[in-house]
Design a protein around this ligand. Structure first.
Ligand code: HEM
Ligand SMILES: *[C@@H]1O[C@H](CO)[C@@H](O)[C@H](O)[C@H]1NC(C)=O
Length: 531
């Protein structure tokens, strides 16, 4: 039966089955005679349906809707005083990059202009393995205790019964977890509705460690600042686009790259020494705080450029697997418990979403050669050929990291150990809501925003918060805003027709700082050998 070849006019390809057999009637199922029933022998037809039946893989549990592209990262400034990471010491070096930008709460088909943080995920293919930057477009986050993450996300997604988004659940969670207020200030400003995916900044949010071979390190926060500035939509524009063009962000980025208007970012790092961290007003493990730029200036590192659209979105973007645990020599996570939990969660979800061999998919394959004893499993692609599959002659490369060799170094390691004690104590500080949690949100309200931005915030909040039915939920969240600023809370209350409320009561800033200083005091006593 299959004989004459049907060709596709676009690229001249011959139509075949998945096993390569040319098919001359691809758009008709085989029948017995002219009007008879279908045939079981029709592999082409059965294979077509069977493959179609399996086209979907699980969408990401968060960050399902996205746009992506390829490009490169170039190191423009020598970082060798901060880290022995080989890439960051090689000015002029370019590595290939893949980027995926996403909304968080909506499904794969939801609107690009939804009020939501944006994911900002970059995979850098370095000579020492993939270095993934799994960032957001906000410098801070809703939570600082990872145990809250699934609860929090559930309240932002659909109700189990009605299958609707639920304003009561949304604000009920936030009011009961007021460390979210800094993110809620940003989210309901126009920063919560970026103008597309390629005109926004990206931030590590978490504190990381950039280390040197002698065991020393600095704490870092990475900022990717889009050249041309962070462009936002107002609430009305974003709402209109949600209906008229839900794929607005995908389209804008794709077309910009096709036209050669490549999106570019300048990458900066903020650094803090362990000594500075011990004196810093805020906990460096607290993902809800920023480091003031005046105290910790942005230092340029490199340039990120996206200059190539994917040929196949599913293969090159949907199947991309980003994880904060895909790291490179001398770049280390801190003890930030949210970051620590993410190190587990991403590869775990990748095994579920893409399968155990997700690292062998072309978009995820490192350019650095992989050599280890992981073998087989579904969809094995090459799996290291004939290399023995047990402990053999693969020689581990020893590089000295923060946990590296102590011998031959002049460093005062007892100082490092004392800092580890400080960091251990810093965990306690993450559980409590104190007045410190309202300082940075208040600074946005009072000093960063002008009158128009303050009014936009009140209106943006009112449009969503006004849907809350429960008086208790309303009052609790209003008390959080009142702790930021009474007039802010009163204006929202008025806009949604709720009674005004007093601020949430919490430990004063001075007491919270004293608690931290006491940790410092204990440190100094330890320094003096008293503890
Ligand atoms: C305990 C806290 C968190 C947990 C458990 C968590 C978990 C997840 C999971 C399971 C995914 C789906 C990944 C996939 O299917 O490939 C995801 C995506 C993502 N998360 Fe998180 N997340 C957390 C916090 C954060 C934070 C703080 C940031 C940013 C600083 C962030 C940024 C992202 C980004 C950018 C993506 C999309 C990656 C992509 O484009 O494939 N997440 N997260
Ligand atoms: C609260 O914010 C308003 C601006 O809306 C400002 O005039 C007022 O001084 C602020 N209150 C305090 C106590 O800072």
């Amino acid at each position: 039966m299959p004989s004459a070849q049907v060709t596709n006019s676009k690229d001249g390809a011959t139509y075949t089955t998945s096993s390569g057999l040319p098919v001359n009637e691809p758009y008709a199922a085989q029948r017995v005679g002219l009007v008879g029933p279908l045939l079981l022998q029709d592999f082409h037809h059965i294979d077509l349906l069977a493959h179609f039946d399996r086209e979907r893989i699980p969408e990401r549990v968060v960050h399902a809707k996205a746009a992506g592209a390829h490009g490169y990262f170039e190191v423009t400034h020598d970082m060798s005083d901060l880290t022995d990471n080989p890439l960051l010491k090689s000015v002029g070096k370019k590595v290939k990059a893949t980027a995926r930008f996403s909304t968080v709460g909506g499904e794969a088909g939801s609107a690009d202009t939804a009020r939501d943080p944006r994911g900002f995920a970059i995979k850098l293919r370095t000579d020492e393995g993939n270095w993934d930057w799994v960032f957001n477009n906000t410098p801070i986050f809703f939570i600082r205790d990872p145990a809250k993450f699934p609860h929090f996300i559930h309240t932002q997604k659909r109700d189990p019964q009605t299958h609707l988004k639920d304003a009561d659940a949304f604000w009920d969670y936030l009011g009961q977890n007021p460390e979210s207020i800094h993110q809620m200030m940003i989210l309901f400003s126009d920063r919560g509705t970026p103008d597309g995916y390629h005109q926004m900044h990206g931030y590590s949010g978490h504190t990381y460690k950039w280390c040197k071979a002698d065991g020393s390190f600095v704490y870092t926060q990475v900022h990717c600042r889009v050249d041309g500035g962070f462009k936002t939509l107002n609430n009305a524009q974003a709402g209109e686009l949600s209906g008229s063009n839900p794929d607005y962000g995908i389209q804008a980025m794709f077309e910009a790259i096709e036209k050669g208007q490549y999106p570019t970012w300048t990458v900066y790092v903020q650094t803090m020494t362990p000594e500075q961290a011990e004196k810093f007003r805020y906990n460096i493990l607290d993902l809800t705080k920023v480091w003031p730029h005046a105290e910790f200036p942005l230092r340029p590192v490199g340039k990120l450029v996206l200059n190539e659209n994917p040929q196949n979105y599913f293969a090159e973007i949907e199947q991309a697997a980003f994880s904060p645990s895909h790291s490179v020599p001398y770049i280390e996570p801190t003890a930030d418990p949210v970051l620590q939990s993410r190190l587990f969660s991403y590869p775990d979800t990748h095994r579920h979403r893409l399968g155990v061999n997700y690292q062998q998919l072309p978009v995820n394959q490192p350019v650095a050669p992989v050599a280890n004893f992981q073998r087989d499993g579904p969809a094995t692609y090459i799996s290291q050929g004939s290399r023995p599959n047990y402990q053999s002659s693969i020689v581990p490369l020893s590089y000295k990291g923060a946990k590296g060799t102590l011998e031959g170094s002049a460093r005062d390691y007892s100082r490092d150990l004392r800092h580890e004690n400080f960091i251990g104590a810093a965990f306690r500080d993450l559980s409590e809501i104190t007045e410190l949690d309202f300082e940075q949100p208040r600074a946005l309200w009072l000093y960063v925003w002008n009158d128009q931005q303050r009014e936009a915030y009140v209106q943006n909040v009112a449009g969503h918060f006004g849907n809350v039915k429960s008086a208790e939920v309303r009052a609790r969240q209003l008390s959080v805003w009142a702790a930021v600023n009474q007039s802010l809370s009163d204006r929202i209350a008025k806009a949604v027709g709720s009674p005004t409320v007093k601020p949430l009561q919490c430990k004063p800033a001075a007491e919270a700082v004293k608690f931290r200083t006491e940790i410092g005091l204990r440190q100094r006593a330890a320094d003096a050998g008293l503890l």
